[in-house]
Design a protein around this ligand. Sequence first.
Ligand SMILES: C[S@@+](CC[C@H](N)C(=O)[O-])C[C@H]1O[C@@H](n2cnc3c(N)ncnc32)[C@H](O)[C@@H]1O
Length: 297
Amino acid sequence: MHKNLIKNSCIFELNHTNGADIPDSVLACQENIEFMRHLPDAKFKLIVTSPPYNLGKSYENKMLLDDYLVAQEQVINECVRLLHPQGSICWQVGNCVENGEIIPLDTILYPVFVSHKLKLRNRIIWHFGHGLHCRRRLSGRYETINWWTKTNNYTWHLDPIRVPSKYPNKRHFKGPNIGKLSGNPNGKNPSDVWTFPNVKSNHPEKTVHPCQFPVELVERLVLSMTNEGDYVFDPYMGVGSTIVAALKHNRHGYGCDIIPQYVEIAQQRVRALISGTLKTRPMDKPIYDPSLPNGGH
Ligand SMILES: C[S@@+](CC[C@H](N)C(=O)[O-])C[C@H]1O[C@@H](n2cnc3c(N)ncnc32)[C@H](O)[C@@H]1O
């Protein structure tokens, strides 16, 4: 299937026809632009990623901001080509920092998505409890996920991602529905503020990667924005958190990364998932609360 994809790169195709009932995945050790070039238009129902933030991390070269924007634009252009008409792009970013000044990356990338006539459905705030302690500004404890759709006719399911209501037994106290439950008995809309622990050393998903996002965050996107059997892609795959989330829910997972060690780990995580040994933090696990017995767990 991908035989003529680039030399000097490595493509792992995991075809599970003999084993577990899990769709196929393609994990490539390759530049994303090169990998995407060989994929057909409109293949993916969901493209979810967290690109480098131009901070000079071990896996990126810090660039002039204008050059970073041009590079992001090239990748986004290809993602739009690969996006299914009913599909979604979720671009998860934080801030770039220049001389102590923060540059929120979603705001500077906004015009790129708008130039493709994509439609912004939500600007999701991902809040987490841990991170760097800043001395000359407030410590940053959120990043954003901008959810864009290609058209107004997009795949969307609220029910699989409902969360417990605060007052599940609340009832209408007047009107024709008096006495009936006022909320949905299956839970409430999770809103556009999501609290998930970030992947630090005590997180069950932690690998050597310095900036993994949690699988539960991607699971929420996969469950609400795709159907079983759909294709999900991450152009900056890292250690394959997106692929794991897609496969867990019977979607196909495609991803690429330029660092062989990360791709190797992604492959190991997929194999562990298939064999039933991969540990991920469950989507419904409450956030640790030191004021409760056993942290509320
Ligand atoms: C923020 S990390 C993503 C981590 C990922 N979400 C996870 O959970 O493991 C960004 C990743 O982009 C990769 N990367 C940087 N430039 C790339 C490129 N041109 N093509 C593909 N991957 C690239 C880096 O190696 C890094 O792993």
